[in-house]
Design a protein around this ligand. Structure first.
Ligand SMILES: *Cc1c(COP(=O)(O)O)cnc(C)c1O
Length: 960
């Protein structure tokens, strides 16, 4: 009999995370011809890499236990009132956005909008965001987000270099940039071979010939400098100018675009996205029309569908940088779509008038603070400001006042040895400023808030220098002037959400992207106050809980991967690649082998691999694959030997992006080591390894983990992500630290790769909770079931579609590629027709044409139940039969349900003159009229959108 204890312990999260029941598992094993899960894994995964013991971790815990324990950790954080600023500000997330976007799986579980017909909602949200950025910055075009402000700065610097013909490699950086931005620029500049000159541009710029200049407006000290004069000075010398800025300040300040800036970038966090100990937030990036085709990141554009109706899509998709591989100018892939949407909605919700009120109140409070402090003889380092003051308090007072503030529950910023910084934000009130007076001046200061207010109002506030008040309109588009009541906002958000396909509708079987369950219990802690509202540079005493949680997560990831150390800094897989390659370069430099600069990459690799290699100035040498999709070991050996003197590393994905466990992986790693190289193992496919093999134990030196794939962080419609890296001990001294707040356990001193020491802290509880809920047994089981689900689908589909690659014993790993090229040759129907037709059947398409053109790559993950796998296979098989009708001439090649897909409700209202019925169009086999997902637009014309590039909001009329 079950004991009471067992009953209590057994809430069985594992069984709810994993789709198939035990009975289903047995049936599926039968289909694939394996006696047991163990037998399947034995016949799939090379014995040479198999673990012979379970992971040394705890067992599975219940959701209640996990949340209770995590709450205890969270309570060890102390969330003070933050005046630290430095690019991170307290904000009020409008509750209607908090609950209906940030906490809503309809938004957070969607995939990157590569299939625009089922993504119109988030595409509209992102277009709003781009419009908001172009309006506030005064630039021509903006992208739909980068990872953080500091990496956006690095991208801006790179854009300056490639967009101008000056021969110099010098780049001027205003010392008024946030220190973490300069830190990340340092890392990036080193491998591009740029020399950074950090100084005061007003006095120093004239002495240097530079290809670009980076300014910050307002500066990190709060000063609103005369950037117009500097921009002119730089342009006279043919240098390009990038301006780091702040959206809230830009509501009141002259737009940098109107002053001639070439690039404007920054963090959109304070538009309604919590600080989250550093992220996730969307960095913005805007530029001039002339540079639009070399701008990094994804850009949303307007196009038309097959009924000539307006529809949105990602513009210039084929120009996405990582697709250009080693010719790429940036490696960005996953960005910050969910957070960009939130920031855009914040602007939709408040509108220009609301934003003016918020921004104006912040400035007014800052001016009151300035006035009061000045009256009491406190010296300000800046005589201009928007929301930030720097006080010259002297060395002795700095520590004393800082501590008074902490004792009162307030965090100030320490600058240099003798200054304090204060940044005011949306959450602060007159009472907060009065409290600051008490803390800084003592309670008998005698200042009167009302008098100060009257005085600064009469003076017109006085912080913004003449000529720098905003003089251009913004957010005039109707979308920013309509949804101001909560009813309207709620309905607008719901209307957009309803257009989009997410995991709330059905499976998203994306090869290489691991769209698994993001369990609700894992998501809940993200918006807890103790996690959400922490400043990334809060003092360590206040972040005890955060750091304890992160330490546990790191220890688990060490156990899972077999590495010795983890760096949590990178904000995406691609950033992890970059961070790992930087560590390899630093390691080689430490051995006096800094010349090693050849990176071997198999032809099957994800585009971010060669793009990242290019960013650290490695020369990419492509290694061929054999007919079975495996790395050609002879070719690898030949190339490693040929480049032995200069071999830096191999970048290899395991199991490979061809969906198989290569048998020779151990030998492959040995060859690279033999010739002095390091092995970078792309860990995007860790979902096929957790609990059954450890890359750090079979030859790899460093990997990134996509926490937003294997470890349950949702994709957010194109971000956020987290790409921590694991390294062997010899690489640990070369991990990135952080100039402002060095992360625990990392050797201090190395410059950073991200703006925040632990990347996006606020989403780490998701992966933490996933691991805690699953435990040793659940993690291993998930991997085994991911492999079973993939083999089951492969088995069912293989009778209808050729499977491109198989590994040992005819097995695939956790994903498989089906080849559409023969079908296309026979019928004219291609992979994208199948992808669009799947929408009519209520599915998101698999990965299209990656890593092999003309194929579909299917990854079911362990979370999908057998019913869903069968529903998908049935749809694919029905589609195969439809293709046969085209092949047989029953349906014309240019008028059939495949080439006309997807079908919309709108189709049903048009005169119907097609060789198939309306029912066949919208309710094909297996689709129930009562459970139908409706694409909202017809097939979108990609070419039209790229030829007529429009990346701003169309007028409302044009939507009608
Ligand atoms: C997803 C993926 C990456 C890139 O990760 P991002 O988080 O999108 O930057 C790299 N390699 C492989 C194999 C991937 O699947």
């Amino acid at each position: 009999m079950t004991t009471l204890y067992e009953l209590e312990q057994h809430d069985d999260f594992i069984a709810r995370h994993i789709g198939p029941s035990d009975a289903d598992t047995q049936a599926m094993l039968q289909t694939v011809g394996a006696e047991s899960l163990d037998a399947l894994i034995n016949s799939t995964v090379p014995a040479s890499i198999r673990l012979n013991a379970p992971l040394a971790m705890d067992g599975s815990r219940t959701e209640t236990e996990v949340l209770d324990y995590l709450k205890q950790l969270a309570m060890q954080n102390k969330v003070n009132k933050s005046y630290i600023g430095m690019g991170y500000y307290d904000t009020i997330v409008p509750p209607v956005i908090l609950r209906n976007v940030l906490e809503n799986p309809g938004w957070y579980t969607a995939y990157t909008p590569y299939q625009p017909e089922i993504s119109q909602g988030r595409l509209e949200g992102l277009l709003n965001y781009q419009q908001m950025i172009t309006d506030l910055t005064g630039m021509d075009i903006a992208n739909a987000s980068l990872l953080d402000e500091a990496t956006a700065a690095a991208e801006a610097m790179a854009l300056c270099k490639r967009s101008n013909r000056l021969k110099t490699d010098k780049f001027f950086v205003d010392a008024e940039l946030h220190p973490q931005t300069i830190d990340v620029l340092k890392t990036r500049a080193q491998y591009f071979g740029f020399e950074l000159i950090v100084g005061n541009p007003h006095t120093d710029l004239a002495q240097h010939e530079v290809f670009g200049v980076m300014l910050q407006y307002p500066g990190t000290s709060g000063a609103v400098g005369d950037i117009a004069a500097l921009i002119k000075q730089a342009h006279d010398k043919k240098a390009l100018v990038c301006v780091a800025s702040d959206l809230m300040a830009l509501v009141m300040l002259k737009a940098p675009g109107t002053l001639g800036a070439d690039v404007v970038f920054g963090n959109s966090q304070r538009f309604g996205v919590p600080m989250g100990f550093g992220g996730p937030h969307a960095a913005f990036f805007a530029t001039k029309d002339a540079f639009k085709r070399t701008m990094p990141g994804r850009v949303i554009g307007v196009s038309i569908d097959s009924h000539s109706k307006q529809a949105l899509r990602m513009a210039m998709q084929t120009r996405e940088q990582h697709i250009r591989r080693e010719k790429a100018t940036s490696n960005i892939c996953t960005a910050q779509a969910l957070l960009a949407n939130m920031a855009g909605f914040y602007a939709v919700y408040h509108g220009p008038e609301g934003l003016r009120k918020i921004a104006g109140r912040i400035h007014r409070l800052t001016s009151i603070l300035a006035k009061g402090l000045q009256q009491k003889g406190v010296e300000l380092a800046n005589d201009t400001w928007y929301d930030t003051l720097t006080l010259n308090v002297g060395e002795q007072q700095q520590g004393v006042l800082y501590q008074y503030a902490v004792d009162a529950g307030i965090n100030l910023r320490k600058l240099d040895a003798d200054k304090l910084g204060i940044s005011v934000d949306e959450r602060k009130t007159g009472a907060d400023i009065a409290q600051l007076f008490n803390v800084l001046l003592g309670e008998s200061h005698g200042l009167d808030m009302a008098e100060l207010d009257t005085a600064v109002t009469a003076e017109g506030f006085g912080g913004i220098p003449s000529g720098y008040a905003r003089d251009t309109d913004f957010l005039t588009h109707p979308v920013f002037n309509t949804h101001h009541s909560e009813s309207e906002m709620l309905r607008y958000l719901k209307r957009l959400e309803n257009k989009d396909f997410s995991l709330a509708h059905g499976m998203i079987p994306l090869g290489s992207c691991t769209m698994k369950l993001n369990a609700t219990a894992e998501m809940i802690p993200v918006t807890w106050n103790e996690f959400a509202n922490m400043h990334p540079f809060a003092p360590n005493e206040q972040t005890v809980g955060y750091r304890a949680m992160i330490k546990e997560l790191e220890d688990w990831l060490v156990e899972v991967t077999g590495y010795d150390a983890i760096s949590m800094q990178p904000n995406s897989g691609a950033q992890g690649e970059y961070a790992g390659l930087v560590a390899i370069r630093r390691y080689h430099e430490s051995l006096g082998q800094g010349h090693r600069d050849v990176c071997l990459i198999p032809s099957s690799a994800h585009g971010t691999n060669p793009a990242s290699a290019a960013m650290v100035n490695l020369k990419v040498v492509v290694v061929e694959c054999d007919d079975n999709g495996n790395v050609d070991v002879a070719d690898l050996r030949a190339k490693a030997e040929k480049h032995a003197d200069n071999l830096s590393c191999l970048m290899v994905t395991y199991p490979s992006t061809h969906g198989v466990f290569e048998q020779d992986i151990v030998e492959i790693c040995e060859i690279v080591h033999q010739f002095g190289g390091q092995v970078y193992m792309d860990g995007a496919n860790m979902n096929a390894q957790v609990g059954i093999s450890k890359p750090g134990k079979f030859g790899s030196d460093v990997s990134h983990l996509n926490l937003h794939k294997t470890f349950a962080i949702p994709h957010g419609g194109g971000g956020p992500g987290m790409g921590p890296i694991g390294v062997k001990a010899h690489l640990a001294p070369f991990l990135s630290s952080h100039v402002v707040s060095p992360p625990d356990g990392i050797a201090p001193g190395n410059s950073a790769v991200s703006a925040a020491p632990y990347g996006s802290g606020a989403i780490l509880p998701i992966s933490w909770a996933y691991i805690k809920l699953m435990g040793t047994e659940g993690l291993q089981r998930a991997t085994e079931m991911a492999i079973l689900n993939a083999n089951y689908m492969m088995q069912r589909l293989s009778a209808h579609y050729p499977v491109l690659f198989r590994g040992a014993n005819g097995r695939v790993a956790h994903e498989c590629i089906i080849d559409i090229r023969p079908l296309k040759a026979a019928s004219g129907i291609d992979e994208s027709d199948i992808a669009k037709r799947l929408m009519d059947y209520g599915f998101h398409a698999p990965t299209m044409s990656f890593p092999v053109a003309g194929t579909l790559m299917i990854e079911p993950t362990e979370s999908e139940p057998k019913e869903e796998l069968d529903r998908f296979c049935d749809a694919m098989i029905a589609i195969r039969e439809e293709i046969r009708k085209v092949q047989d001439g029953e349906w014309p090649a240019d008028n059939n349900p495949l080439v006309n897909a997807p079908h919309t409700l709108d189709d049903l209202t048009q005169a119907w003159e097609r060789p198939y019925s309306q029912a066949e169009a919208v309710f094909p086999a297996g689709v129930s009229p009562t459970a139908k997902y409706w694409p909202t637009v017809n097939r979108i014309d990609n070419v039209y959108g790229d030829r007529n590039l429009v990346c701003s909001c169309p007028s409302v009329d044009s939507y009608r």
